[in-house]
Every structure is written in structure tokens, then in C-alpha cells.
Design a protein around this ligand. Structure first.
Ligand code: NAD
Length: 486
């Protein structure tokens, strides 16, 4: 491995360790295609070492058996230290993922808040004493699930890691994180921060590498009690199948093909802005991207005009440059994938009506920039309407009745999120109830407050993150029965 590059080692039992086989992989900056780091290309041996460290810390109770208020104090300290490192973490995240710096800063702020939010829960987690008659007592306790493997994607590397780690630690679990190979940097820094904040060694471990090489070894381990996964449908399915061998608990946050419905009575300006934000934000690399846009025919032309204006003012450029609103896609492979979808759309007869401008700065010619595109003349059967593209591609279809809008919105195997734009409260709530999705936004798109549950219906996943529900995923329920007659 080169000495001049940043080396991202595994983080096991509070120590940075090299991969056992001595293999590394390159981490790219999507803004210009340069190599920014070498990361440990871990295998099954590294997975075993991390699992052993996590099991050891859990069995010794160095975290799970700490007084609740002591655990809360450590989580608060992690939050404080994330804020202290905000600028470094945000630049790292932006360099790793390609997201504009301001967006990366917002992610870091929310990650810090998540540790604060779940610190509050630690001292408020109680059980129950259900009534079981005068001569007995039932105590229902909430206990940590145990050793948890968290596998994260590359689109919100730090935020997705925090969304899993903060509640898992609040519950008293020991954790092994496998960050996405494209974006390993901030997660490693988070582990260092946690140790500096007082988290005992072995409670939070990080193993870098590819899914097939180290991810599966972690999922397969009989010593792991739970897998919390965020990523694609294909991989989620595979993880669920493999985890079935050891009957471990699995939560899945998968993809989406979220509908965005604009009724004729909507505040059109807000609907245009929100609908465009919903699919172009974060380069369209958002699980809940509102990629299928249904617009009532009465406002169709005005809506299109507004979308054209929005696309024109998008500033695609270097993510660290002030004023950039859209950065590059995360990797060359992902660029190829999204580009292929655009070609498939054209071949299937969709009509491109607006396209953004690529940066002309020669320093960016090796970056993975892709012009945002809006398709009309789209039908529900087209590939671009059915499959998750995960890029800045909007497809628009006009509708005539509320019933059509709902039927088309639900015509997908996914069910992560949906946005509804209308001034009519009855229509808004009726539509919200009729759409099968884990989150429905009314007159907004994309907010995912840390206090409220997040997750998918149908093939968008199992389980929930964020809020109280996100914490409960990391808790087991134990019932103790006492015979008072004895
Ligand atoms: P991905 O499924 O390719 O990879 C996700 C993670 O899984 C990575 O860490 C990867 O290394 C690992 N992995 C890959 N194969 C594995 C295997 N066989 N066993 C174990 N681990 C394996 O997804 P991605 O391309 O990184 O992320 C994009 C996807 O994530 C999109 O589908 C998006 O919708 C989804 N996503 C969902 C949410 C949500 O909250 N529902 C949030 C963000 C992203």
C-alpha cells in the first residue's frame, strides 16, 4: 500500500488494525476521479475478529450493564465531539460521496443530534407489569438484542451509520459496522470519536470491505444476534435469506420508487419546488426520491414550465465549491448504471423535455457528473417507471382523477414514501391513507425527522429506523413470571 495515501484500517476493540490478508482497495473522490484513500479489504478472518470483540464486550457487560445515566452521558459526549469535528467530517463526507458541502454539513448535524436524541431515551426505557391476577406477578423487561451488525449504503454514509449506531448503543448493544466500500471515511472517524468520548473498547467496531467478502461473513456468523441493513433490494433479499440459517433478527431499509402526486388545487409554486427537490436533491441518490411524478392535467403545462425553470437553475459542480447544488454521482459504476437507465428510457419512447447543464471546468472532466433529466410521454410499464434509478431522473405523467393517481402511485412493489400536494385537507388525508408507504408527506417532500419512524412497506423493507420505533428494533422482550403463592 502507498504511504502517501490515507490508510483506513479496521477498528476493532478500540484499536486500528490492518486487514489480516494484507489486502486494500482504493477509495475515489467522485468530484475528479482521484484516489483519496486505501481501505482495508477485509475478509472472513477480519469479520471473526470484530465479532469476537463485540461478543466479548457484550458478555462482559462493559456497556450493556453500565448504569443508564452513564450510558446516556457517553452518547451525549459522542454528539458533542461530532459537532466539534463538524467541518472535518463534512468535508470528508463530501469528498467521499460527492454531495455538496452544505448537504454534508446538514448530515453531520443530524448525526450529532441522533446521539443526543437517543441519549434521552436511555434513561426512559422502562418495561411493563401487566395484570396477571392477585397471586402472581409478570415483569416485562426490555433488554439489548446483543451483538448487532450494521451494514450501510454510500448515499448518506455518516447519517445512516448514526441512525443505526445511536439507537443500538442506547439499547445497550455491541456493534460492528460495515460501511459501504465507496464511502468508508466518516464511519471510521465516528468510531474514533466514540472511543474518545468514553465508549468501552469492543462496543463499536468498524470493518471495511466488500459485501460479498466481509459483509456475508458478518451476516452468517452464529454469534451475531441481529443485522440492520440499509441498501438495495437485491442485497437485502440475499441478507434475509442468509440470516435465516441462524434465525437472526433482520431489519431492512431498501429502495423505493416513490410517487409524488400534484393535485390541481395545490400551491403550484411549492409543489414544483418540492417535487423537483424530491428527485434532484443529493443527485437523486435518495431511497425516497420522488421519481414518479403524477400531475393533474389541469395544471400540467404550468407544472412543466416550473420544472424547466428549476432544472435550469441547478448548479452542477464541485461539491466543495460554494453555490453548488448538485455534485457528481458517487462512482463510475453508479454513473454507468444511471446512464443506462436514461438510455433505456429513450429507447422505450420516453421524451426528454429538460436536461441540466454539466460543468465545463476542465478540472472536473474525470468526475462522475450526470446531467439531471426530466422525461414525459412516460407510461406505467416503462422500465424507468418501475425500477429504482437512484439518480437525477424525473418521470412525469398527467392524471385526471384522484382514483387514478392513487392507483398509479400504488402500482409498484416498493412502498417507502410518497408526497401529496393539495390544499384540500380531506383529499390530502384520504390520499395519504390510500397510499401504501411508510412515510407520506403532505405539501412537502423528503423530511425525515429523527423523532419519527422511517421505513418501508412491501419490498422497501422490514422494520423501522428513527424515533422510538427505531430504538425498539434493538431491544428484546423478556418476561419474568413470579408465583406469589409459593
Ligand atoms: P448495496 O445494496 O449495493 O450496498 C449496501 C451495503 O451492503 C454496502 O455496505 C455493501 O458493501 C453491502 N453489501 C453488498 N453486498 C452484500 C452482501 N452480499 N452481504 C452483505 N453486505 C453486502 O446498496 P448501495 O448501492 O450502497 O445503496 C443504494 C441503495 O440503498 C438503494 O437501493 C437505496 O434505495 C438504498 N437506501 C435505502 C434507504 C432507506 O432508508 N430505505 C436509505 C439509503 C439507501
Amino acid at each position: 500500500m502507498g504511504d502517501d495515501l490515507l490508510s483506513l484500517r479496521n477498528y476493532i476493540a478500540g484499536v486500528e488494525v490492518e486487514p489480516k490478508r494484507g489486502t486494500w482497495f482504493e477509495v475515489f473522490n467522485p468530484a475528479d476521479g482521484s484516489i483519496v484513500a486505501l481501505a482495508a479489504r477485509s475478509g472472513a478472518e477480519d469479520a471473526s475478529e470484530a465479532v469476537a470483540a463485540a461478543c466479548d464486550s457484550f458478555q462482559r457487560g462493559v456497556w450493556a450493564h453500565l448504569p443508564e445515566r452513564a450510558r446516556a452521558t457517553v452518547l451525549l459526549e459522542i454528539s458533542r465531539r461530532i459537532r466539534e469535528r463538524r467541518e472535518y467530517l463534512a468535508r470528508t463526507e463530501s469528498t467521499d460521496s460527492g454531495k455538496p458541502l452544505a448537504d454534508a454539513e446538514a448530515d453531520i448535524d443530524e448525526a450529532a443530534y441522533l446521539f443526543e436524541y437517543y441519549a434521552g431515551w436511555v434513561t426512559k426505557l422502562g418495561g411493563e407489569i401487566p395484570p396477571v391476577g392477585p397471586h402472581a406477578m409478570s415483569l416485562v423487561l426490555r433488554e439489548p438484542v446483543g451483538v448487532v451488525v450494521c451494514i450501510t449504503p454510500w448515499n448518506y454514509p455518516m447519517l445512516m451509520a448514526a441512525q443505526k449506531i445511536a439507537p443500538a448503543l442506547a439499547a445497550g448493544c455491541s456493534v460492528i459496522v460495515k460501511p459501504a466500500e465507496q464511502t468508508p471515511m466518516a464511519t471510521l472517524e465516528l468510531a474514533r470519536i466514540a472511543t474518545a468520548a468514553g465508549l468501552p473498547d469492543g462496543v463499536l467496531n468498524v470493518v471495511h470491505g466488500y459485501g460479498m467478502e466481509v459483509g456475508e461473513a458478518l451476516v452468517d456468523s452464529p454469534l451475531v444476534d441481529m443485522v440492520s441493513f440499509t441498501g438495495s433490494l437485491e442485497v437485502g433479499r440475499r441478507i434475509q435469506q442468509r440470516a435465516a440459517h441462524t434465525v437472526k433478527k433482520v431489519t431492512l431499509e431498501l429502495g423505493g420508487k416513490s410517487p409524488n402526486i400534484v393535485f390541481a388545487d395545490a400551491d403550484l409554486e411549492a409543489a414544483i419546488r418540492g417535487s423537483c427537490f424530491g428527485v434532484f436533491w443529493n443527485q437523486g441518490e435518495v431511497c425516497s426520491a420522488g421519481s414518479r411524478v403524477f400531475v393533474h392535467r389541469a395544471v400540467w403545462q404550468d407544472f412543466l414550465d416550473g420544472v424547466g425553470g428549476y432544472v435550469n437553475q441547478l448548479r452542477i459542480g464541485h461539491p466543495l465549491e460554494a453555490g453548488t447544488t448538485m455534485g457528481p454521482l458517487v462512482s463510475k459504476e453508479h454513473w454507468d448504471r444511471v446512464h443506462r437507465y436514461v438510455e433505456v428510457g429513450l429507447n422505450e419512447g420516453a421524451r426528454p423535455i429538460f436536461e441540466g447543464r454539466l460543468p465545463d471546468d476542465p478540472r472536473l472532466q474525470h468526475g462522475y457528473y450526470l446531467a439531471p433529466i426530466v422525461f414525459s410521454d412516460v407510461t406505467a410499464e416503462m422500465t424507468i417507471m418501475r425500477e429504482e434509478i437512484f439518480g437525477p431522473v424525473m418521470s412525469i405523467i398527467p392524471f385526471d382523477s384522484d382514483a387514478d393517481a392513487v392507483q398509479w402511485a400504488n402500482d409498484t412493489p416498493y412502498g417507502l414514501a410518497a408526497a401529496i400536494w393539495t390544499r384540500d385537507i380531506g383529499r390530502a388525508l384520504n390520499t395519504a391513507k390510500a397510499v401504501r408507504a411508510g412515510t407520506v408527506w403532505i405539501n412537502d417532500s423528503q423530511p425525515a425527522p429523527s423523532e419519527s419512524p422511517w421505513g418501508g412497506y412491501r419490498q422497501s423493507g422490514n422494520g423501522r429506523e428513527l424515533g422510538r420505533q427505531g430504538l425498539e428494533e434493538f431491544l428484546e422482550t423478556k418476561h419474568i413470571y413470579v408465583n406469589l403463592k409459593a
